[in-house]
Write a protein that binds this ligand. Structure first.
Ligand code: NI
Length: 150
């Protein structure tokens, strides 16, 4: 595993749409392992492949010690609302108030290509939405009510 460089605000790759993953091979597994290590080192709750410069539809999310790898994820249902503070490893020191669904169910593939669905609430639901947005070039600053720098 290796720590990769996190792409920061202003790099136009963050605005690009990521491509579906078609090969579930060692290259993907290394990418996912590196993303997890990079996310943990940066003390984040999630990371999308585009944030390490790879335009593939893959994200990792870790909330309450539960690590979830999502390949080709799609949100299939949402319920409720939550309003709270959100940040992004590509926007160090910036925070915004973002309203997200309280409960989110995602359909995805695992690192071997097997389909599964997973549901999350509160911070996990927020992380699912935030990271999946990254795959379409959408950033939290687009949907935040206000953005503050600390
Ligand atoms: Ni982010």
């Amino acid at each position: 595993m290796a720590i990769r460089r996190i792409v920061k605000d202003g790099d136009e790759i963050l605005r690009k749409k990521s491509r579906p993953v078609e090969q579930f091979d060692q290259r993907l597994w290394t990418l996912l392992d590196d993303m997890t290590e990079t996310m943990r080192k940066a003390d984040g709750a999630g990371l999308a492949a585009v944030q390490v410069g790879i335009l593939k539809r893959a994200v990792v999310v870790e909330v309450d010690d539960q690590l979830i790898e999502l390949v080709n994820p799609e949100i299939v249902s949402v319920k409720g609302k939550q309003r709270g503070t959100e940040g992004c490893l590509s926007f160090p020191g910036k925070w915004g108030t973002v309203t997200r669904p309280m409960h989110v169910t995602v359909k995805a593939q695992d690192r071997y290509g097997k389909e599964f669905t997973v549901s999350g609430s509160e911070l996990m639901a927020r992380a699912f939405c935030h990271e999946i947005d990254h795959l379409d070039g959408k950033l939290f600053v687009d949907v935040a009510e206000e953005v503050i720098a600390d």
